[in-house]
Design a protein around this ligand. Structure first.
Ligand SMILES: Nc1nc(=O)c2c([nH]1)NC[C@@H]1CN(c3ccc(C(=O)N[C@@H](CCC(=O)O)C(=O)O)cc3)C=[N+]21
Length: 305
């Protein structure tokens, strides 16, 4: 068997086309242009590249984006003030603090400062906790992108065995909760799980986000499984590589995502989707408030004769 390649760039293109239409509708109905602000602290070269990719993707669908570059030495208090300013700004709909942050910052404290209505990364404690009870406003982009890829490929989730390797806050843990919400049977493992293959071999859907090149070989994969590679590893030549031994596993899986060109483009696309949703929600809220105000004025003028 040779697996079907799930092309993240193709799926992302379809979703971005839909997203552009939503942007146009919002301009027509409310005169609003979605606006994402990305905060980059310091000079991490990988972060620079990611941030540039995000800006380019925004421009493609008509989202306005602003990069706020802050000095590596900025204090926690100054960073928090900057976020609070953006929270209050009615013309900003999404706020993203590029991770990692320099070590003197408490990442959780910073993320908790972002308004939950503008938390398009889905990293605020409210949105993270919301995944447990189904009350999240924004889902984190990478697991959301994986979900959309599976749905796009008509790969069923309900009642399936899903094994997740890697339990990070931004991928593995939220992925597990989203899969549980869809009634999958979920196992969460780590790169160091004893006899990892015992778990991976059970998976109808295997999702790998462990950050270990070639962690998953063909013998660890169930025949016909869908294999989703979230790994991003750069070899010394700068070539990007996932966590799955692609050439070996593709002979055994029924579907597989490549790296690059798999989950990565979906992550950026879900950021666009979340930003447009944020703008739609904020615009709808503003309309509701102005309606209420005009109702109130009408009531008053009736009462006052
Ligand atoms: N607050 C925050 N939110 C994030 O979403 C976030 C972050 N911080 N810090 C870093 C990670 C990493 N991440 C990626 C997004 C897209 C690709 C992507 O598009 N990859 C392309 C290749 C890009 C290349 O060649 O380097 C692909 O897989 O085809 C990769 C990685 C988002 N992150």
């Amino acid at each position: 068997m040779s697996a079907r390649i799930l092309d993240g760039r193709d799926i992302a293109r379809d979703i971005r086309a839909e997203t552009s239409l939503r942007v146009a509708d919002l301009a027509a109905s409310a005169g609003v242009v979605p606006h994402l602000v990305v905060i980059l602290v310091g000079e991490n070269p990988a972060s620079r590249v990611y941030v540039e990719n995000k800006a380019r993707a925004c421009a493609q669908v008509g989202i306005k984006s602003t990069l706020v570059r802050l000095d590596v030495g900025i204090s926690a208090q100054e960073l928090i003030c900057e976020i609070e300013r953006l929270n209050r700004s009615p013309d900003v709909h999404g706020i993203l603090v590029q991770l990692p942050l320099p070590p003197h910052h408490d990442i959780q404290a910073v993320l908790r400062t972002i308004s939950i209505h503008k938390d398009v990364d889905g990293f605020h404690l409210y949105n993270v906790g919301g995944l447990v009870v189904g009350k999240t406003i924004f889902s984190p982009c990478t697991p959301y992108g994986v979900m959309r890829m599976l749905d796009h490929a008509a790969i069923p989730v309900e009642g399936r065995n899903v094994t997740i390797v890697g339990a990070s806050n931004i991928v593995g843990k939220p992925m597990a909760l989203m899969m549980m919400a869809r009634e999958a049977t979920v196992s969460v493992c780590h790169a160091k799980t004893r006899d990892l293959a015992q778990y991976t071999i059970l998976a109808d859907i295997l999702i790998v986000a462990a950050g270990v090149p070639k962690l998953i070989g063909a013998q660890m994969v169930r025949t016909g499984a869908a294999v989703i590679d979230v790994g991003i590893n750069r070899d010394p030549q700068g070539k990007l590589q996932g966590d799955v031994d692609f050439d070996a596993v593709r002979t055994k899986a029924s579907c597989i995502t490549p790296v690059p060109g798999g989950v990565g483009p979906m992550t950026v696309t879900m950021l666009l989707v979340n930003t447009v949703s944020a703008a739609e929600r904020i615009a709808a809220n503003a309309t509701m408030h102005s309606l209420r105000r005009s109702d109130l004025k009408a009531d008053l003028s009736v009462q006052l004769g």
